[in-house]
Ligand binder design. Structure first.
Ligand code: MLT
Length: 211
């Protein structure tokens, strides 16, 4: 038998006390350590898997290339999405966590690649908490996300993602049959305590069904 493929993202894995795993996806300029404490606040019992984006923009890690703010290199996005989904599959085997109980927690660029994973590799995620996400692309064919729960945290004064973009994303995910809970905070692009508390409560409720 050949050896399993190595885990090809720099990452951190923190074991948990439940069968849930939070997949932590940082924003532009972040790294694999950035969201560990947020993950613990959001779900004290879950395992945490936190990869670092492989693309560098002026030295800042990201999960895929962009041509300008909010304008994505679509070819790179598709390739990176599959690369990340493959990594998650292999990490589940290596760390022996349940592949059907993974909840993405993404911020900004990390939230955008999480949406792309939902659209291109829908079997990867059971749920997603997306802070400041946008529509990364419109798929030719909608995936079936009937088994997926999504919480979307938007900022009413976000200069990068206007509320109309959040509504477009809600519609896209609902058209794919996901159960979507949008939450609008009186905030800009940065995360606030209000966002975190709202996401924590939503996740605590969801976790009752994902033990
Ligand atoms: C992105 O590139 O994913 C978005 O523009 C958000 C960001 O990272 O600033």
């Amino acid at each position: 038998m050949s050896a399993p493929a190595p885990l090809d993202f720099a990452h951190r894995f923190v074991p948990g006390k439940s069968s849930r795993t939070l997949l932590l996806l940082h924003g532009t300029g972040g790294n694999e350590t950035d969201l560990i404490s947020l993950g613990r606040v959001l779900d004290p019992e879950a395992a945490l898997l936190s990869p670092r984006g492989k693309v560098l923009e002026n030295g800042m890690p990201r999960f895929f290339r962009r041509l300008a703010e909010g304008v994505f290199d679509q070819e790179d996005l598709v390739r990176r999405t599959h690369e990340l989904a493959d990594f998650i599959e292999r990490a589940a085997v290596q760390y022996a966590f349940a592949p059907d109980k993974i909840v993405a927690v993404g911020y900004s660029n990390g939230a955008n690649i999480a949406v792309s994973v939902l659209l291109l590799r829908p079997e990867t995620l059971r749920a997603a908490v997306l802070f400041r996400a946008m529509v990364p692309f419109l798929p030719e064919e909608l995936p079936d996300l009937a088994q997926v729960d999504v919480w979307l945290g938007a900022g009413n004064h976000d200069p990068i993602i206007p509320p109309s973009e959040t509504r477009r994303l809600v519609e896209l995910l609902r058209n794919a049959r996901a159960r979507v809970t949008p939450s609008f905070a009186d905030a800009s692009h940065g995360l606030t305590n209000t966002d975190v508390e709202a996401a924590r409560l939503w996740l605590a409720d969801l976790a009752k069904g994902i033990r």
